[in-house]
Design a protein around this ligand. Sequence first.
Ligand SMILES: [Zn+2]
Length: 292
Amino acid sequence: MAVAPVRGGGLLVVTTSTDLKALVEAVGGDRVEVESLAPPLHDPHAVEVKPGQLARLKAAALLVRIGLDHEPWLARVLRSLGDKRFVRGSPHYLDTSNGIDLLQAETPRVRPERGAHVHSFGNTHYWLDPENARPMTANILDALAGLAPGDRATFEANRARFLSRLEPALARWSQRLAPHRGTRAVVVHESWPYFARRFGLVILGALEPTPGVPPSPSSLAALVQKMRETGVKLLIADPYSNTSVVTQVAERSGARVVTLVPSVGGDPAARDYLALFDVNVARLVEAFASSR
Ligand SMILES: [Zn+2]
């Protein structure tokens, strides 16, 4: 199939998320043009791909995805596309979970009788630990350089520049959250275990009894009771969480809700990968300050 180069001879890359788009842009710089299939404020496990996006994917030199069962919708997209380049092992296909130390992978959660659920092979929200940007951008560098060997030095320099900004930023975020290490929280969806591990938050439970499965009234009641008994004061929601359920649990448990931004572009200030963490750290610090 003819692959249309972008203007100036760069590579057209399609990603499954805005976070991957931001990381590909950080490494690819002006040698890439990147489009995300998922919008920033949407449940990443349930995305509707538009015909125009399918056409872009057809023209793309590289597809970049989170992998595991993070994008259950992608199999259908690739089936309808029928493009043999986008398969595991192909230079046109990159799964950035390669080399990531996955959390929650120890308990197989494949229970087809429970209906739609995700995270069956481990938690897929690994981009929310900024340290994971190192292996992810290493994977991206290799994939881009494989397709455009002449640009390898540029990609290497871009990645080095990105990592040199990541390091002081990580120190700054850790320092701002240091006084709050050990704070216990409940989440709506298990989007935050990597972030929590990095910054010392302790996640005691999730509203969803199984990732991707909405809570039942009895599971909610049990969770609220647990929150009251253990004195959990923080409830972390995602922008696409069910607001009425979140409000109900907050009211019944007495916990404060903070909505964190799981993807680049989910808040106007979260315009790139580093800014995403600036926004989330600021939201947490503000929530801690006003709950004293
Ligand atoms: Zn998830």
